[in-house]
Design a protein around this ligand. Structure first.
Ligand SMILES: C[S@@+](CC[C@H](N)C(=O)[O-])C[C@H]1O[C@@H](n2cnc3c(N)ncnc32)[C@H](O)[C@@H]1O
Ligand code: SF4
Length: 377
């Protein structure tokens, strides 16, 4: 049976980082400061609806992922209560992976110990960078050393799986700033690192600063250099790539929840703006926390829209996602034109074809978007 995951979107942040366009709100952006205290009860209402909707098809979750926003802005007891509600309504598989994202400054040893005792097995910490001037352009409020300290606290609390998120390509980042960040991240001892190139999202404060000419953007060659450095430093440090932006120390350290997205498995997304996917049907919730809470209080579904992917769209999506995985793409998914493109890409050194699968080489990982486009044309 297809593995089932639950995602819980916690849409609150202490401050909005200038580069971020996630569905998240500061207290000042929500009427009356936003009812954070009521969030757990509202999420439990949606879980009730989810369990009732699935009925006999409800099954234990293999993975649970609390993302945001900043889930750890809520008291650990609230996150544990939502997890207990999931366990009660769906059950958790033996050895289930239960992750929360955390901002470095929003957790401490006590909160991490409570999360671990409440059943969380994995924590993913948004370190982003080690250079103070880069953290400042990103509007991050933590000191450079705080993320590494949080990794130690998570280890001391008994978390076997600890991940760090990093961002490269911020305006003003020098090559040695990125080398320092990779060294600092590895020295902290996580068993998983995600390294993302900075995306300048159109509606953000960062994009406005770039448009005004206040901040220069790195060119695509510099971005590829940073990505290649990350790939080499992380694998030399014992974290092998398993998805273009994701590296893990062992197969058990890979994020099984995210692998579920990339392999088009099933998941139910709880919370404002959360997306869900079950057997080819997708839907998404209303984005605003107040509208979300109002709908549930009135006994209505929080879904704002849905779509059923036709076979062509499903195949297209699978190619786009699966080619980015180290396990590679099943060549049977490709059209005759896609197969010819795969052979060309192998000749150009971007793909390795073997055992009926297509795997990205290092050159392919640095041009993964273009490779995926070529395969789907
Ligand atoms: C949903 S965010 C939440 C994490 C957490 N609130 C934090 O900021 O530490 C997850 C990750 O997405 C990445 N991210 C967010 N916006 C990005 C952007 N514009 N470009 C690249 N990565 C981004 C960051 O690395 C971040 O840690
Ligand atoms: S990057 Fe994280 S902390 Fe910053 S606004 Fe986005 S979700 Fe919130």
């Amino acid at each position: 049976m297809t593995p089932f995951g639950l995602y819980v979107h916690v849409p609150f942040c202490a401050a909005r980082c200038g580069y971020c366009d996630f569905n998240t709100y500061t207290a000042a952006e929500l009427p009356g400061g936003g009812d954070r205290a009521a969030f757990a009860a509202t999420a439990l209402q949606e879980l009730d609806r989810a369990a009732a909707t699935l009925g006999a098809a409800a099954r234990p979750a293999a993975t649970v992922f609390f993302g945001g926003g900043t889930p750890t802005l809520l008291p650990p007891e609230d996150l544990v209560a939502i997890l207990a509600g999931i366990r009660q309504r769906f059950g958790l598989e033996d050895g289930a992976e239960v992750t929360t994202e955390a901002n470095p400054e929003s957790v401490d040893a006590r909160a991490l110990a409570r999360l671990r005792a409440g059943g969380f097995t994995r924590v993913s910490i948004g370190m982003q960078h080690a250079a103070p001037h880069v953290l400042s352009v990103l509007d991050r409020v933590h000191t450079p050393g705080r993320a590494a300290a949080a990794v130690s606290e998570a280890r001391a609390a008994g978390f076997e799986h600890v991940s760090l998120d990093l961002i490269y390509g911020t305006p003003g980042e020098r090559p040695d700033d990125w080398a320092l960040t990779l060294d600092t991240a590895l020295a902290a001892g996580p068993d998983h690192v995600s390294a993302y190139g900075l995306e300048v999202e159109p509606s953000t404060a960062l994009a406005a600063r770039v448009r005004r000419g206040e901040l220069p953007l790195p060119d695509s060659d510099a971005m590829a250099d940073r990505q290649a450095e990350a790939d080499a430093a992380l694998s030399d440090g014992g974290l092998a790539w398993y998805e273009v932006a994701n590296h893990a120390a062992t197969p058990e350290a890979r994020c099984r929840h995210n692998l579920g997205y990339w392999r088009s498995h099933d998941w139910w997304g709880i919370g404002p703006g959360a997306h869900s996917h079950l057997a080819g049907e997708r839907w998404w919730n209303v984005k605003h926390p107040s509208a979300y809470a109002r709908r549930l209080a009135a006994g209505q579904s929080p879904a704002a829209g849905s779509e059923v992917l036709d076979p062509v769209a499903r195949r297209f999506e699978r190619i786009m996602l699966e080619v980015r995985l180290a396990e590679g793409l099943d060549l049977a998914l490709l059209s005759p034109a896609g197969r010819r493109a795969a052979e060309r890409l192998e000749h150009d050194g971007a793909l390795e074809l073997s055992g009926g699968r297509a795997m990205l080489t290092l050159h392919g990982r640095l041009t993964a978007d273009a490779v995926a486009r070529d395969l789907t044309d």
